[in-house]
Ligand binder design. Structure first.
Ligand code: ATP
Length: 509
């Protein structure tokens, strides 16, 4: 996998992601999506929306406001419990999330396991079975046991709010500050992650508000409105994509952890008692959505939570292998009736459903799927970016984006800027633009233009040359295989419509 620094610089150089307000030296953990990034992001969002809303007759979408009545966040538990455990290093004055320090420590042990596996694979050759090795090799088993013990203790201490033990664990593991190298730590404290702001003109009448830290609550407070006006029958879901804000303390790792980010969430309302089945069902469906993009089964894994949030009776993350290791990409949570019951209590309004089959009223249970759009962007982008060595020994930078997500689907390239070739190319571009995002490029030698499109992730290039004028054929070049084939100009639209049909991807979910 490509080096992380290279990923960040490629994202900037090719117009995907810029630091926010860069002329003022940027704002930490805040980023802007550039001309190509915005298209990739929109395509990911559309792929999610189509799979959730368009393909499920019983899931509908909403778009709730970022501002919500402040009592929402009392009811949801965010005012009291949306905290991160923090620890400061007294020498570097750097602040860290205590749980992340411990998890990173375990990440290092995991790297050791990976090294053992790589070594053994070399030793045993073709007969090597990594799964068997992992479950039998004493050294690997020892490492795994160590990770499990550490994470279990961390989970239990956080659960009990025993912050002194979290500090004790950091000290016992001899974790040093990555900046100063010292082990001179403060005590662990809780810190609330919500951004506050004010609504209203005068200081006296202003109301304290929060920028929403998750999109989910906009769905819960609208549950009954949607159910009634949409005449929805349980089980049904409400989907939403939108911005969320968190005052993250450890905001490193580019767009992995931002202070302003976008979530794609779906809350599925179900009868009490059926949550186990639906939870398993949505775990399966969501993993299958990820796999449909073709980024390799080995790059995903489930992580079942030891420590459950205050609202959940089961929770798992879908983790992806980012350049810095396996990390959470999506959360699937069985939220019980916590949210709706709590909103009932705080608002004094009934949020119940009459189930004609059971002939009873109840507060529905909820299974949530929640994926970060920016994290998904990073997963796709970091997986896709690679340096390839070609047969002639030269290298090329390739952004192997799943074709349906690519910002530009087709680049139309006249071989030269004369002899009527640009006119034919522009006419073709005008024909294709109704169905696809098309780019036009006539600068530089065609080989260099191909390389540029490879680095932008454009799956297909069409070259117009002198032969086109004679026999109405063009060259169609495939980004991944670099194969070029001669096809009739009037068949190109049909060929590309088939190759880029989102249906073919959605059907594999
Ligand atoms: P983490 O443990 O990484 O802080 P979380 O468990 O708090 O994440 P959730 O509250 O479950 O995250 O949010 C659902 C999804 O939203 C996450 O899986 C992630 O993809 C995304 N997400 C959460 N926080 C951020 C952030 N600061 N920046 C970008 N994406 C985020």
């Amino acid at each position: 996998m490509t080096d992380f620094k290279k990923i960040i610089s490629h994202a900037k150089e090719y117009g995907f992601v810029f630091p926010s307000s860069e002329i003022y030296d940027g704002l930490s953990a805040v980023y802007d999506y550039a001309q190509n990034g915005v298209a990739l992001k929109k395509n990911i969002r559309d792929y999610w929306w189509k799979s959730m809303v368009q393909l499920h007759y019983n899931i509908v979408g909403i778009d709730a406001s970022i501002f919500m009545h402040p009592t929402t966040w009392k009811a949801s538990g965010h005012v009291d419990a949306f905290n991160d455990p923090l620890i400061d290093n007294k020498d570097s004055k750097k602040r860290y999330r205590a749980d992340v320090l411990v998890e990173d420590y375990c990440g290092k042990i995991e790297n050791k396991i990976d090294k053992e596996i790589t070594k053994a694979a070399k030793r045993f050759g073709a007969a090597f079975n990594p799964e068997e090795f992992k479950t039998t090799n004493p050294r690997v088993l020892g490492y795994q046991e160590k990770i499990n013990t550490i994470l279990k203790r961390l989970g239990q201490s956080l659960e009990k709010e025993d912050l002194a033990d979290v500090k004790a664990l950091i000290e016992e593991l001899e974790i040093a500050c990555p900046e100063s190298g010292s082990r001179n730590w403060t005590d662990v404290k809780q810190f609330n992650l919500m951004f506050g702001t004010k609504l209203g003109a005068s200081a006296e009448s202003a109301m304290n508000l929060y920028l929403r830290p998750e999109t989910a609550q906009g769905i819960f407070v609208n549950f009954l409105n949607v159910q009634k006006t949409g005449r929805m029958k349980i089980p049904f879901g409400i989907a939403q994509t939108g911005k969320a804000f968190r005052n993250e303390i450890v905001a490193r790792q580019f767009i992995f952890r931002m202070r302003e980010f976008e979530q794609m969430e779906m809350q599925f309302f179900i009868p009490p008692g059926t949550q186990k089945e639906w939870y398993e069902e949505w775990k399966k469906t969501r993993l299958s959505w990820h796999l449909s993009l073709g980024m390799g089964e080995e790059n995903y894994r489930f992580h079942d939570h030891e420590k459950l949030a205050h609202y959940a009776d089961a929770a798992a993350d879908i983790e992806f292998k980012f350049p810095f290791g396996f990390k959470e990409l999506e959360g699937i949570h069985s939220r019980t009736d916590f949210d709706l019951s709590s909103h009932e209590e705080f608002s004094g309004k009934k949020l119940q459903y009459f189930d004609p089959e059971r002939n009873e009223n109840y507060v529905p249970y909820v299974v949530e799927t929640s994926v970060g759009l920016d994290r998904m962007f990073l997963a796709v982008f970091s997986w896709a970016l690679r340096e390839e060595t070609l047969e002639d020994g030269s290298t090329r930078t390739l952004l192997k984006l799943p074709a349906i997500l690519a910002p530009t689907k087709i680049a139309v390239l006249p071989l030269v800027k004369k002899d009527g070739l640009p006119e034919v190319a522009k006419k073709l571009m005008d024909d294709l633009k109704w169905d696809h995002a098309v780019a036009y490029d006539e600068k530089d030698a065609v080989g260099r233009r191909y390389r540029r499109q490879d680095a932008l992730g454009t799956p297909y290039c069409i070259t117009i040359d002198h032969q086109t004028l004679e026999d109405q054929t063009v060259t169609l070049r495939d980004r991944d295989t670099m194969k070029q084939e001669r096809v009739a100009l009037d068949s190109i639209s049909g060929i590309l419509n088939e190759k880029l049909d989102i249906k073919n991807w959605l059907k594999s979910i």
